[in-house]
Design a binder for this molecule. Structure first.
Ligand SMILES: Nc1nc2c(ncn2[C@@H]2O[C@H](COP(=O)(O)OP(=O)(O)OP(=O)(O)O)[C@@H](O)[C@H]2O)c(=O)[nH]1
Ligand SMILES: [Mg+2]
Length: 363
């Protein structure tokens, strides 16, 4: 299963720069706005300390991370819903992403003008979010027309959904995110067909310059906004992090130290995205390969097995489960078994974060 994050923001906020830093890509960036027209997509391994530890302990021939995909689209400007700039049709590319990452410009660059002249991250957020609301209202409006037709032809469920849609439209008009709108679980169930951007988990990336780091006024303003709204803020030194990918790992580490940073922003962004998606990580040891997998919270063992191979879900018999901590403490799967800490679990078992699983199945 693929997890996807969409990058949004004003033109020249550095979305593509950060996309390149994340994916080690070479998508075109430019000092003029609207340099991205066709979306860029790239798959990124999720950094995972536990997987590294399993690698050191078990020395497999192959160590495979789980991945997350990033999608970089064009910039949004005020009036995009009326066709300004590149319009907002390209947002359709983000309807099926699982998470929105809003790249907010917190860097000054004389050669790369801000599309609204002055640097002001809080205003930029408002401009972009207004366009998200307008885009969602458009999509919801089209859905309401469909529901009305269905309701007129006697579809009772459509009539109930219509009432929920009206409540949702009212919330969006007042600037309330769809995911925070006061809707009942029933309303949400009826509206699950319609995919709204403001219904997605969301975080800010502050694209900062070195002068703004670790605590310049623009970054501070964005952090304050983030804490007031409970939206995480991840600072990234966009240009620098993208450029330094050219260097050897050792030199990159030196740089990190000289900047007194615990880790690169892009690494933190991948981790934060993964956490916001409320995913759990489980591990399998199959032949020469130790591999990390991703599943939504509360996934049953057969579904998790299905991620590895669809036959494993169909023919699922049982899962043999070890805890990562037991395995690293005792040193090998055999010792975990000897200590009586290998649990055998059936079809109804809900897997938990950090478990190491062997799936038994019939072919
Ligand atoms: N000084 C500085 N310049 C940056 C930084 N991040 C990006 N830039 C520059 O800003 C310009 C625009 O960056 P892009 O990554 O193309 O911006 P974008 O948001 O993808 O823009 P559009 O695709 O046009 O919407 C480029 O010239 C980058 O080199 C940064 O952190 N510091
Ligand atoms: Mg771009």
């Amino acid at each position: 299963m693929g997890w996807r994050c969409g990058l949004i923001g004003l033109p020249n906020a550095g979305k593509t720069t950060i996309f390149n830093a994340l994916t080690a890509g070479r998508a075109e960036t430019a000092i003029y706005p609207f340099s991205t027209i066709v979306p860029n997509t790239g798959v990124v391994p999720v950094p995972d300390d536990r997987l590294e530890k399993l690698g050191e302990l078990l020395r497999p021939q192959k160590l495979t991370s789980t991945t997350i995909e990033f999608v970089d689209v064009a910039g949004l400007i005020a009036g995009a819903s009326r066709g300004e700039g590149l319009g907002n049709q390209f947002l359709a590319n983000l309807r099926d992403v699982d998470l929105l990452v809003h790249v907010v410009r917190c860097f000054q660059a004389l050669d790369c003008p801000h599309p609204l002249s002055r640097l002001d991250p809080v205003r930029d957020v408002e401009v972009v979010e207004t366009e998200l609301f307008l885009a969602d209202l458009e999509v919801l409006g089209r859905y309401q027309i469909k529901l009305e037709k269905r309701s007129r032809s006697g579809d009772k469920a459509a009539a109930v959904a219509l009432a929920g849609a009206a409540k949702l439209a009212e919330a969006l008009n007042q600037g309330v995110w769809a995911r925070e709108a006061p809707l009942s679980a029933g309303d949400r169930e009826h509206l699950k067909e319609v995919s709204l951007l403001t219904n997605k988990p969301y975080l800010f990336v502050a694209n900062v310059s070195e002068t703004e780091f670790p605590e310049g006024p623009h970054l501070r303003a964005l952090k304050d906004l983030g804490s007031a709204r409970q939206v995480p803020v991840v600072p990234i030194l966009g240009d620098l992090e993208a450029e330094l990918l050219e260097l050897a790992e050792e030199e990159r580490q030196e740089f990190l130290k000289s900047l007194q940073l615990p880790e690169w922003g892009i690494k933190r962004l991948i981790r934060e995205s993964y956490q916001l998606l409320k995913l759990v990580t489980f591990y399998t040891i199959v032949g020469p390969e130790v591999r990390a997998w991703t599943a939504p919270l509360n996934t049953k063992a057969p579904k998790a097995a299905g991620q590895v191979h669809s036959d494993m879900e169909k023919g699922f018999i049982r899962a043999e489960v070890m805890d990562f901590n037991d395995l690293t403490r005792l040193g090998s799967p055999a010792r975990v078994k000897e200590a009586g800490l290998l649990h055998v679990e059936g079809k109804d078992y809900t897997i938990r974060d950090g478990e190491v699983l062997y799936f038994r199945f019939q072919r």
